[in-house]
Design a protein around this ligand. Structure first.
Ligand code: FUL
Length: 415
């Protein structure tokens, strides 16, 4: 067994994986028109939030337990939330704050005040910009926009490159990535060019299992089956991010409000199948046309994460360790219904197959779960068993298994 060839994360990737939960905020021209994909012809006059308060967004993010926030600086309609020099299709041409406002600045500042890492989404597809059909001209335009964002708003945790609408289109990824590397070397790069994190491949907030951290490809968008070609210098370790709107298929707030808020059960399931599969969950809470996150959306997020904290705040027992069999002794024989495993991923994702077992009163072992990937985290849930010792037996590994944590819980609910 050699560990030399095992992909491992960078320190920035490890930090990002520990965040686990991100809040996405889709806000822009669509917020005022009821569209999901504006066509770029809507007048800047329409952009006029009446009570915009970035601190409220950040309070919601903090109260819910999100550990980073990503804002759509420009969505597919091309309308820019900052006063860019590249186009007049921006907040500078809107009545909001007499054209003197800067949404990106206010959200960046509110995040910094609260110590919340901040990231930006900049859509490559631009339905407004007249030079879009001219590849070289648009590459210059996009690079200029990105440079403004990378240099003007402090440290960014993530830059989100959306593949939607760009199916079949080529951008100068080498140049784009060089800008991110130059100005924001610690930022995660989502899914394109030389990504450091990848798209999970759906917008349901769920990862398949196993969802290994090492990957050589990912889907480009919801609208194609094509897999992306990443540049050869892409790291082997590219953990997945699961993005999902908290309302069914609605990234933006809609004046008619008819999009369904996901049920608490569905949101809990998303948590198990994203964070519980070792991935990050990036959940969208859309600010409304006042410029505030509606209470109903915020409350749904609070209920979800409060419940998950209730389940997992205090383990019955927890250890770390190395080796292919690790035992976890409980303080007494008691009911257990969850186990959370985590590898020390700085040593790579070593475990390939494992079995989790509980010791019966007669000393024999009862199998609870068979699994494969552990990586950053694996949450296993099962019908409650009474036991005093749990063990994980690694049946196949790339190198000696290194456990950051092996913890048992009695959550009193497994759904
Ligand atoms: C998709 C976009 O088309 C949606 O509008 C949204 O921005 C989502 C996060 O990505 O590809």
């Amino acid at each position: 067994m050699t560990t030399d060839l095992l992909p491992t994360p960078s320190s920035q990737q490890r930090r990002w994986q520990d965040f686990e939960l991100g809040m996405f905020c889709h806000f822009g021209m669509n917020t005022f028109t009821g569209n999901e994909w504006g066509d770029g012809t809507d007048s800047p006059e329409l952009f006029n939030p009446t009570a915009f308060d970035a601190r409220q967004w950040v309070r919601v993010a903090r109260r819910a337990g999100f550990n980073y926030l990503i804002l759509t600086a420009k969505h597919h309609d091309g309308f820019c939330l900052w006063p860019t020099r590249t186009t007049d299709y921006s907040v500078a041409s809107s009545p909001w704050k007499d054209g003197k406002g800067d949404v990106v600045r206010e959200v960046a500042d509110a995040c910094r005040e609260a110590g919340l890492p901040f990231g930006l989404y900049l859509s490559p597809w631009d339905r407004h910009e007249p030079c879009y059909p001219d590849k070289a001209a648009y590459d210059d335009f996009y690079a200029a926009q990105l440079t403004e964002l990378l240099t003007g708003y402090g440290p960014l945790v993530e830059v989100w490159f959306d593949g939607a609408g760009s199916e079949g289109r080529e951008y100068d990824w080498r140049r784009i990535i060089a800008l991110v590397e130059r100005y924001q070397p610690d930022a995660m790069r989502f899914n394109m060019g030389v990504p450091t994190i990848r798209w999970v491949g759906n917008e349901d907030g769920v990862a398949p299992y196993p969802c290994w951290n090492a990957a050589t490809e990912a889907k480009a968008s919801m609208f194609t089956k094509d897999m992306l070609t990443w540049l050869p210098e892409t790291p082997k370790w590219v953990p997945a991010e699961c993005d999902v709107p908290i309302r069914e298929k609605a990234w933006f707030w809609h004046p008619d409000g008819h999009r369904k808020l996901w049920s608490d059960e569905r949101l809990i399931d998303m948590y198990y199948r994203s964070v519980g599969h070792g991935c990050n969950l990036l959940m969208n809470l859309a600010p409304d046309n006042r410029g505030l996150i509606p209470d109903v959306d915020a409350n749904a997020a609070y209920r979800l994460f409060d419940e998950m904290r209730r389940r997992f705040v205090s383990p019955l027992a927890q250890i770390d360790g190395a080796g292919s069999e690790i035992r976890l002794r409980l303080p007494e024989r008691q009911a257990v219904d969850h186990v959370i495993l985590a590898e020390r991923i700085e040593g790579g994702e070593r475990v390939r197959d494992y079995v989790l077992e509980a010791r019966r009163e007669d000393g024999s072992w009862r199998e609870l779960v068979r699994g494969s990937a552990i990586g950053h985290k694996k949450i296993d849930r099962f019908e409650a068993v009474d036991t005093d010792v749990l063990r994980v037996r690694v049946q196949r590994a790339e190198a000696e298994p290194l456990f950051r944590s092996f913890a048992a819980y009695r959550a009193g609910a497994i759904r």
